[in-house]
Write a protein that binds this ligand. Structure first.
Ligand SMILES: [Zn+2]
Length: 433
C-alpha cells in the first residue's frame, strides 16, 4: 500500500482538506480514502499540494506532434491556407513514419501529456502499413509501437484502431493515404481482433475502433464496425462535422449529413464518440442526444486549423456529453483545452458563464467534467474519482504556483480552470505508479 496525504483534494465533489488516499500497489486502485489523522507513519506527505483525478485526453494523433512550427507558414501550394492544405503537410509527416520513428515521437508526445496532467489518452491511430500500402510482416507493428511507447511513459492508452477505406465518397485513396488503408473490412476486423488479443494482458492498454470519417469509410464498413464494437463491448470513435466541405460532400453523395449517415449505418450509440462536431446542426445534435453519444471537442486544434466554433451551449442544453482531445498535439494542456469550451461558448453567446449545469453556480464543474468523467466515458474507462475502487490515476497541483497562489479554497477549482495551466502539475500517478 502507498498512502498519500495531500494538503487538499479537488474532485467532482469540491475541495476537501485532511484526507489520506490509500493506494493498493498491486491493483493500482484506490483502496480507501480516510482522515489524514489515521495515516500511517510511512505515508507520503504532499505539502502545499492539491491532489486531483488525472485528466483524460480522448483524442490524439501522437505523430502530429512533430508538425509543430512546420505548418505555420503560408502554403506555396495554396495561398488560401486551410485544413485541407494543412492535411497535405500532415500526409508528408505520416509518410516519413516507420516503427522506430513512431515509437520515438509517441514517447515524447505521451511524456508531455503525462507532465501536463493527462493520465489517459485515446490515440486515434491511422498510419498502419508501409508507404505503398503493403502491410508490415506484423500488420499491427505501428499500433503496437504506439502502445509500447505509452507503457514506457506509464500513461493509460486506448488505442483507437482506425479503419480507412478510400480517399472520399467517390475517390480511391490518394498516394499519401495508402498506408492508412486496409483492402477490405474483413482484413481490418482481423487486425482489430489481433490487437485486442495482443492488448489483453497489458494493464495500461485497451483497444477501440475508429472508422476514420464518413468520407474515408463507407456505410457498409461503418455497420460492420459498429456490430463488432457491440459484440466486443468496444468504444467507437469517428471524425465528423469538422469542416463545412466534409458536410457538403456527404450531402452531395448521400443526401445526409455526417452524423445522420453514421446513425443510418447503425453506428451511433452510447459507445460512440463524434470527434469535433464543430458544424453539427440541430438535427444532428438531437440524434447525438437520443443515442447518448459523446462529442470530443479539440478546441486548440480546431483553432489552429480554422475549423470553427463548437456549438457548446446547444450540446449542453441537449444533454450531450462533451469531452476534450489534444488532437494534433500543437498544444498539450488539459486546462487550456477545457477552458476553451467555456471561452467558445462566451464568444458565441456574447455573455459570460454559459456552460452552467442545473444546480451548479458556474461553469467550473461542467468544464472539469469534460476533462474527467466525459473523457473516461468516451474511452470506456472507469470514472476518474478520488474514492474507493477508482483507479489511482492522480495528479498533484502546486498550491504555491503563481497562477493560483493565495486563492481561497472556495475559489480554487474555478481559479485552476480560469487562471491555471499545465504548469501547475508537479507529479502524476497512473495505476498508483
Ligand atoms: Zn483527429
Amino acid at each position: 500500500m502507498t498512502v498519500l496525504v495531500p494538503e487538499l483534494v479537488i474532485d467532482q465533489t469540491g475541495v476537501h482538506r485532511d484526507l489520506a488516499i490509500v493506494i493498493d500497489d498491486a491493483s493500482g486502485l484506490i483502496d480507501a480514502v480516510m482522515g489524514a489523522a489515521h495515516a500511517p507513519a510511512d505515508a507520503i506527505y504532499l505539502r502545499r499540494t492539491a491532489l486531483a483525478p488525472g485528466f483524460v485526453n480522448a483524442h490524439s494523433h501522437a505523430f502530429q506532434r512533430d508538425l509543430r512550427g512546420k505548418v505555420e507558414r503560408v502554403s506555396k501550394l495554396a495561398p488560401e491556407d486551410s485544413f485541407w492544405t494543412w492535411r497535405e503537410a500532415m500526409y508528408a509527416g505520416a509518410g516519413a513514419i516507420d516503427p522506430d520513428r513512431i515509437r520515438d515521437v509517441a514517447r515524447r508526445c505521451f511524456s508531455q501529456m503525462r507532465n501536463a496532467g493527462f493520465t489517459a489518452v485515446g490515440e486515434f491511430h491511422y498510419v498502419h502499413h508501409q508507404p505503398d500500402g503493403t502491410p508490415y510482416g506484423n500488420p499491427n507493428v505501428l499500433s503496437e509501437a504506439v502502445c509500447e511507447a505509452a507503457e514506457e511513459v506509464g500513461i493509460r492508452i486506448v488505442l483507437l484502431l482506425t479503419a480507412y477505406e478510400r480517399g472520399g465518397f467517390d475517390r480511391p485513396a490518394a498516394e499519401g493515404q495508402r498506408r492508412f488503408c486496409d483492402p477490405s473490412i474483413d482484413v481490418y476486423l482481423e487486425r482489430l481482433i489481433a490487437l485486442q488479443e495482443w492488448a489483453a494482458d497489458r494493464p495500461l492498454v485497451t483497444v477501440g475502433a475508429a472508422p476514420h470519417s464518413v468520407r474515408a469509410v463507407s456505410e457498409g464498413w461503418l455497420t460492420r464496425i459498429a456490430e463488432h464494437c457491440a459484440d466486443h463491448d468496444l468504444v467507437l470513435h469517428v471524425h465528423a462535422d469538422e469542416q463545412p466541405r466534409e458536410i457538403e460532400e456527404a450531402l452531395d453523395a448521400t443526401g445526409l449529413r455526417p452524423v445522420e449517415l453514421i446513425e443510418r449505418a447503425g453506428a451511433l450509440s452510447a459507445h460512440t464518440t463524434i470527434v469535433h462536431g464543430t458544424w453539427c446542426d440541430e438535427h444532428e445534435i438531437a440524434l447525438l442526444a437520443a443515442a447518448r453519444a459523446s462529442v470530443c471537442a479539440c478546441p486548440t486544434t480546431e483553432a489552429n486549423l480554422g475549423d470553427g466554433y463548437l456549438p457548446a451551449r446547444a450540446l449542453l442544453q441537449a444533454g450531450v456529453s462533451v469531452c476534450i482531445g489534444s488532437d494534433s498535439n500543437t498544444i498539450i494542456d488539459p486546462l487550456v483545452e477545457v477552458r476553451e469550451l467555456e471561452a467558445i461558448a462566451r464568444r458565441s453567446a456574447v455573455r459570460r458563464n454559459v456552460l452552467v449545469r442545473e444546480g451548479d453556480d458556474g461553469p467550473t464543474g461542467y468544464v472539469l467534467d469534460a476533462g474527467w468523467s466525459a473523457g473516461a466515458r468516451a474511452l470506456g474507462l472507469p470514472q476518474p474519482r478520488i474514492e474507493t475502487d477508482a483507479p489511482a490515476d492522480l495528479i498533484a497541483l502546486d498550491l504555491d504556483h503563481e497562477e493560483i497562489a493565495g486563492v481561497a479554497d472556495a475559489d480554487l477549482a474555478a481559479a485552476i480552470v480560469f487562471a491555471g495551466s499545465s504548469a501547475l502539475v508537479t507529479r502524476s500517478w497512473i495505476r498508483g505508479r
